[in-house]
Design a protein around this ligand. Structure first.
Ligand SMILES: [Cu+2]
Length: 155
């Protein structure tokens, strides 16, 4: 039995997220290297949620996570439009400080092109998933627009 540790993700998930990650690694977004700028306000009623999977569901090792967003729009990372952001899928981890950019690693998947779904592959067992919207600089809005944490069971 493996506790919830760093999860292995599929190549597809990595590829889907690879462009913004590569850009970050290459320092293409210097704002990330500095302290977080002022946070973008979240409009009233803003909500992010899972279309799939739902809490407690059994899922296959490879599955597609589909996200929903209310009262806000999607924009690619780096695009500063009010009342927009891009999705982050947090796997087996908790959100960090809300005034800091969301880290880019195996547990924090950035959908930096403005996608609303991502294919992940996880090992068998229990995993937690949570959604967190980030602004053009990958910083959560104020207040943070995030889903509750759900649990899925990979069979
Ligand atoms: Cu991001």
């Amino acid at each position: 039995m493996t506790p919830c540790r760093r999860s292995r993700l599929s190549l597809a998930a990595l590829l889907a997220a690879a462009m913004p990650l590569v850009a970050l690694a290459a320092g293409a977004n210097p704002a990330l290297a500095q302290s977080a700028p002022g946070r973008q306000p979240a409009p009233k009623g803003a909500e992010v949620y899972f279309h799939y999977p739902l809490d407690g569901l059994r899922v296959p090792e490879r599955f597609t996570v589909r996200m929903g967003l209310k009262a806000m729009g999607l924009a690619p990372a780096g695009t500063e439009w009010s009342n927009t952001g891009h999705h982050h899928l947090l796997i087996n981890t908790d959100p960090g400080p809300p005034d800091q950019p969301i880290p880019a690693d195996y547990n924090n998947i950035h959908l930096g092109n403005g996608q609303s779904e991502v294919v992940v592959t996880l090992p068998k067992g229990r995993h937690t998933l949570q959604l967190l919207l980030g602004d053009h600089n990958h910083v959560p809005h104020d207040p943070p627009v995030m889903s509750r944490k759900i649990t899925v069971y990979v069979r």
